[in-house]
Design a protein around this ligand. Structure first.
Ligand code: 8YV
Length: 314
């Protein structure tokens, strides 16, 4: 019997799919190692595949420890922490999990938009704290109908958000690397110009160096005192100290965030603000979608090790 290929698990996938990996490969649990550097040095020579996600660094230095590596299979759509260029330069393909998470992430973007405008989370706190009983009705909030949503990054997820926004009778505009003239939405060539025209800016672009700090003071001031920011992309896209200042001084109306700098130990200044909605990075976190994402990891590895074309190479 042929020996099972050795796989390094940097971030595990769902239990059912981990079991499938266990059946077909010899797994080396970097995620459970006490001394990770020593572990990498110890097992690196035999590793042929890596399982990880685009929220954990995978660097050229790690590649140097993996001379027989053939494939990196990500359990995420994002790959901003993965040195894809260095992998590809060594002929190592990287796979990710597009499409299967699009609807869930777009749903969260809409839910956050509604929450920021209509104050659902705030309302929930208002009821639980007995304030409805003691103080009477909560102050009216802001309607979503007819407002303009500016989407940064009109990729698969951005387009799914746009379709939902249209169904809620919002106007849609966007900023991205290039204009997509086939799309029926207004294009703005800078995020600040988009923000100035938008009631809510929704971030749906990839993270990484290209978009780092893209939402800066100028963009926040473009949104203005009635504007909202929704982020379902990566914390790195926002200059977080500037966002905090804008929220603290009510220079924007509100923000609804699924992603942050330094997750999960996020800046606790957010905890004290009433004009921000906070979620623990759950855009794709449904049973269905996380299962489908994990299955793509299994299927991409199976395709690779049986000499078939990869399903979803980056
Ligand atoms: C998950 C994500 O948080 O796919 C991504 O890029 O950010 C999310 O779907 C990720 O898979 C880690 O759990």
């Amino acid at each position: 019997m042929a020996t099972k290929p050795d796989i390094l698990v940097i971030i595990p996938i769902r239990p059912a799919q981990m079991q499938m990996l266990q059946d077909s490969y010899t797994l080396h649990r970097y995620d459970q190692a006490e001394d990770r550097d020593a572990f990498l040095t110890e097992v690196g020579d035999k590793i042929r595949g890596v399982v990880t996600m685009g929220i954990s660094p995978f660097t050229e230095d790690m590649l140097d420890h993996l001379p027989r590596l053939e494939i990196v299979a990500l359990g995420s759509v994002g790959y901003d922490t993965i040195d894809v260029e260095a992998c590809n330069a060594r002929g190592i393909p990287v796979t990710n999990t597009p499409d299967v998470l699009t609807n869930d992430v777009a749903d969260l973007a809409m839910a956050l938009t509604f929450d920021s405008f209509r104050g659902y989370s705030r309302g929930e706190r208002y009821v639980r704290q007995g304030r409805w009983r003691d103080e009477g009705s909560m102050a009216p909030t802001t309607s979503v109908t007819g407002k303009t949503m500016g989407i940064v990054g009109l990729g698969r997820i951005g387009k799914a958000i746009a379709r939902r926004a249209e169904a809620f009778e919002m106007k849609v505009a966007y900023h991205g690397r290039r204009e997509q003239s086939e799309m029926p939405y207004a294009f703005f060539d800078t995020p600040a110009a988009l923000a100035a025209e938008s009631d809510v800016v929704v971030l749906a672009c990839p993270g990484g160096d290209e978009t780092r700090g893209l939402v800066n003071r100028e963009v926040l001031d473009g949104l203005g005192a009635d504007g909202h920011l929704v982020n379902i992309s990566r914390g790195s896209v926002v200059n977080e100290p500037e966002l905090l200042k804008a929220l603290q001084n009510n220079r924007i109306a509100g923000a609804a965030l699924d992603v942050f700098d330094n997750e999960p130990k996020i800046n606790e200044a957010f905890f004290t603000l009433d004009n921000v909605v906070l979620q623990p990075h759950v855009g794709s976190a449904t049973q269905e979608t996380r299962g489908a994402m994990a299955q793509l990891v299994v299927d991409n590895l199976a395709a690779h090790f049986s000499g078939k074309p990869l399903l979803t190479p980056v």
